[in-house]
Design a protein around this ligand. Structure first.
Ligand code: GRF
Length: 199
């Protein structure tokens, strides 16, 4: 199976994915990294790993769908079977979703359905939860609402600051995302209604 990573930022998850592919912990080929941000550090990481890194400027397109049509054209060019979002900060159009039904994965830094949105770590921390952690899920047309593949609980200790909690959650993300991607790539995930059966 061939996959692509879409990333807008730092690319910490991308780095963990690159490492897992190299160590054969993910049995699939990462063929291309695509970004909507020219200076995304994720693109540098891809470049360093000798993986094709493609920047597509959203300003060159009049709307979300025409931008996504260009992304999908790139995905086709690289014969991509499934797509992994890793800190990709754009909503996908219906067009994109229809091209890869149940074949787009995302990671969110809270235990969904709690703390959806852009500030999952901070919102959970400020709420005072004792447990939080990343969720890997399929992407559907509603944000942060797709079928859940894997979650990893992270305990919030009294001495945690937002910064120490962020670090722990990112470490958990880098464990759980490669695992979920590998399960998907090996055909181990079956969607039954809202649920994902593993095995
Ligand atoms: C992660 O916290 C992820 O859960 C969220 O965006 C962040 C991306 O970080 N969707 P990175 O670019 O992978 O370092």
């Amino acid at each position: 199976m061939n996959f692509a990573v879409l990333a807008s930022g730092h690319g910490g998850n991308l780095q963990a994915i690159i490492k897992a592919v190299r160590n054969e912990k993910i049995q699939a080929d990462l063929k291309v990294v695509i970004s909507d941000k020219k200076d995304a550090y994720a693109l540098k990481r891809a470049h360093r790993a000798k993986i094709p890194a493609v920047y597509i400027n959203p300003k060159d397109f009049s709307n979300r769908e025409s931008f996504d049509r260009e992304i999908v054209a790139q995905l086709r060019k690289f014969k991509i079977d499934f797509v992994v979002l890793a800190g990709y900060m754009r909503l996908l159009s219906g067009f994109f979703l229809r091209q890869y039904p149940d074949k787009i994965l995302n990671i969110h830094p809270s235990l969904l359905p709690a703390f959806k949105g852009l500030h999952g770590i901070k919102d959970a921390f400020e709420y005072g939860v004792r447990l939080t952690g990343p969720t890997v899920h399929f992407v559907i047309d509603e944000v942060d609402s797709g079928m859940i593949i894997l979650q990893e609980a992270v305990r919030v200790q009294s001495q945690d600051t937002l910064e120490t909690l962020e670090k722990k959650i990112h470490q958990a993300e880098h464990r759980v995302y490669p695992k979920a991607i590998d399960l998907f790539a090996r055909g181990k995930l079956k969607i039954v209604g809202r649920k994902v059966i593993v095995g």
